[in-house]
Design a protein around this ligand. Structure first.
Ligand SMILES: O=C(O)c1cc(=O)[nH]c(=O)n1[C@@H]1O[C@H](COP(=O)(O)O)[C@@H](O)[C@H]1O
Length: 276
């Protein structure tokens, strides 16, 4: 998916919501356990209930890998079911030497090899250039680099002073030399909203994937105040607060309500910024 297609979708849906598919067998409604693949059944219903309200989906690979072969099949089936118009992100947070990154890229981007071809992947920048560039060999695919994460532990490394910059600033500066804002996004946690003004100095045009709204307590309003650009430039993710809004038979309706509430706030922010 191109940057322009993403922007068009944001304007059309009045939304920059990413629904996180962190699907956990221990948290999904009991009645789904009668289906051959409860995880896929859950995802299918969540997707049906939210696809007109969001512009992206983000299955987190850990939730699927943790069920072994069955989980991988659920992930493949989920990828196949995802709408073609949404930006479909695999949250894998991979990072390894080039030779190995080639294989990870193939696993998540090459449908003929693995049965999946996501539009974007989250990667960790710690191992540098050769660990990230293999993903960029795939035309039209996006790399989403961890910059300033929502986690408490973000202070351990990301705020280390490297001389002129914090490490997370140095990461953005360096990654900007690998590809432009049409191929690279950065992860910035919603819990770090006051840092967005600073982030925009280094990444004025890049889309930012912003997790941490909802269950982690980040504020959508603050994120927009400091992070929104003329093209929006934000994809705000919520996982648990949407998909586990209820664990009864009404779970998909409850997820829709939760997604709708975020979409409405996003429409207000897009109007405020003069984007729609
Ligand atoms: O890369 C991510 O998506 C990510 C980065 C980050 O800094 N913090 C973060 O929470 N995430 C992911 O975003 C999702 C947040 O889920 P909820 O807290 O349930 O909305 C999880 O899949 C996390 O792994």
């Amino acid at each position: 998916m191109t940057r322009q297609q993403l922007i068009d979708q944001i304007k059309q849906k009045k939304s920059f919501l990413c629904v996180g598919l962190d699907t956990d067998l221990d948290k999904i409604p009991e009645f789904l356990k009668q289906y051959p693949d409860p995880v896929f059944e859950f995802n299918k219903r969540i997707i049906d209930a939210t696809k007109d309200l969001c512009v992206a989906y983000k299955p987190n690979s850990a939730f699927y890998e943790s069920y072994g072969v069955k989980g991988l099949q659920s992930l493949i089936d989920t990828w196949q079911y995802l709408p073609k118009e949404t930006l479909n992100i695999i949250d894998a947070k991979r990072g390894d030497i080039g030779n190995t990154s080639d294989k990870y890229a193939r696993a998540f981007f090459d449908e003929t090899a693995s049965g999946m071809s996501f539009d974007a992947i989250t990667v960790t920048p710690y191992m540098g250039n050769d660990s990230v560039t293999p993903y960029l060999k795939y035309e039209g695919k996006w790399v989403i680099i961890l910059a300033l994460t929502s986690s408490v532990g973000s202070k351990d490394f990301q705020y280390l002073n490297t001389g002129d910059d914090y490490l997370y600033e140095a990461v953005i500066k360096k990654a900007n030399t690998w590809a432009g804002a049409d191929r690279i996004m950065y992860v910035v946690g919603a819990t770090k909203s006051t840092e967005f003004t600073n982030i925009r100095k280094y990444a004025p045009d890049n889309f930012l994937l912003v997790p941490g709204v909802g269950a982690q307590g980040g504020s959508l309003e603050d994120v927009c105040q400091y992070g929104i650009t003329k093209d929006c430039g934000l994809l705000v993710n919520a996982s648990r607060s949407i998909i586990y809004a209820s664990n009864g038979e009404d779970f998909a309706d409850a997820a829709r309500e939760e997604a709708k509430s975020l979409q409405k706030q996003m429409a207000v922010e897009l109007e405020k910024a003069g984007i729609i």
